[in-house]
Design a protein around this ligand. Structure first.
Ligand code: TXA
Ligand code: MG
Length: 337
């Protein structure tokens, strides 16, 4: 990548102070969270929010999540907080959960993509917490932060991923090491009596169900738009396809016969003798699989293969967030905008 690449810095107190100053100044800072890295800007500064959209190449009608250090800040962003949101925040924040609530009048429409709701999240990552608190001490109300990747691309789970995608457009990248969870937050919309799951993610749906006393409603036609719910999202540049375990060897053999260069992310299937393409053996267990997924996809994307073949994962609840991302990453008709 050309131009001035952003500095990647370790999260010393001095670096956190510098980053909080940069945010208060209207500049952008990439920072680690427990899910993925975020590209942060002052949510009350329209120019900073516009710069986030420009850096990502993200269309203006896609809302961004506001990150705050403490659940008490929810009331500063919401016009009303239903009991369901209050309960979820109380039980699961700080953590990988985003709540969509009715926006306060003061929230810039740039943040909400023109909708009357706003997404709020309290991340648990200690570096994110320190940064958000330092920003708050400087009078900040919240940090708008989408995942720190180009629009539609695989989310970043380490500082180098951010530098690869956005190194030219961010003042500072705070290095917090690899993100624990590796998939984005779970998004629940609490806009009426029926909390709605908009995106499976870091908080298992069962945990949401336990707090609510019933399962959240599945996303439906009237649900608020979420760009992470576009069919083709979280995508590699190389075309990727999802193949059931039992069909994997035959599919690879067929592609090989057609002289297609294949890169594989397998989980249970072992590498066939004589296969010369790139092959990553993914973790057996869902949390580890998720933790490594985006780094694995980026690694396979660098192989210059014609196609990435991904072994489908089990159809069990603990795999739902991974399954969701794999479906989107391998969607055949690319509708990224
Ligand atoms: O784990 C995460 O949520 C990460 C880290 C950085 O916090 N952030 C993240 O942001 O994934 P982003 O912008 O890449 O995805 C946020 C999703 C988008 O699909 C967006 O459309 C949706 O949240 N969203 C945000 N505000 C919304 C709103 N008011 N209504 C509906 N969807 C909303
Ligand atoms: Mg994203």
């Amino acid at each position: 990548m050309s131009g001035s690449r952003a500095a990647i810095v370790q999260p010393s107190d001095e670096a956190i102070a510098r980053a909080a100053d940069a945010l208060a100044d209207g500049r952008l800072v990439a920072f680690p969270t427990e899910t993925v890295y975020g590209l942060g800007g002052n949510a009350d500064d329209p120019a900073a929010v516009r710069a986030i959209f420009a850096a990502k190449g993200r269309p203006a009608d896609h809302p961004v999540i506001v990150h705050v250090h403490d659940a008490a800040m929810l009331d500063r962003w919401a016009s009303s907080v239903p009991a369901s949101a209050r309960a979820l925040a109380g039980a699961l924040w700080p953590g990988p959960l985003t709540l969509i609530v009715r926006k306060a009048a003061s929230v810039d429409p740039l943040i909400t993509g023109g909708q009357d709701s706003v997404g709020v999240r309290v991340p648990s990552h200690p570096v994110a917490q320190r940064l958000l608190r330092a920003f708050h001490e400087r009078g900040g109300r919240g940090v708008a932060a989408p995942s720190a990747n180009r629009f539609g691309h695989v989310s970043p789970t380490c500082a180098d991923h951010v530098a690869d995608d956005l190194g030219d457009s961010v003042a500072l990248i705070i290095d917090g090491g690899p993100c624990d969870i590796g998939l984005e937050s779970t998004i629940v919309a609490c806009l009426d009596d029926e909390p709605t799951l908009l995106r499976p993610g870091g908080v298992p749906v069962e945990a949401i169900t336990r707090v609510l006393g019933r399962p959240p409603r599945a996303a439906h036609a009237g649900a608020p738009r979420a760009s992470g719910t576009l069919a083709a999202h979280y995508a590699t540049r190389t075309q990727a396809m999802l193949v059931q375990p039992a069909a994997l060897r035959a599919e690879i053999a067929q592609l090989d016969e057609r002289d297609e260069r294949v890169a594989v992310l397998a989980r249970t299937v072992v590498r066939p003798a004589g296969f010369t393409g790139a092959w990553i053996g993914a973790a057996f267990e869902p949390a580890r699989y998720a933790h490594e997924l985006y780094a694995n996809l980026r690694a396979l994307d660098r192989e210059n293969a014609d196609v990435i073949v991904i072994e489908a994962v089990p159809d069990a609840p603990e795999w739902s967030a991974v399954r969701d991302r794999l479906m989107r990453a391998t969607h055949a008709d690319d509708d990224r905008t």
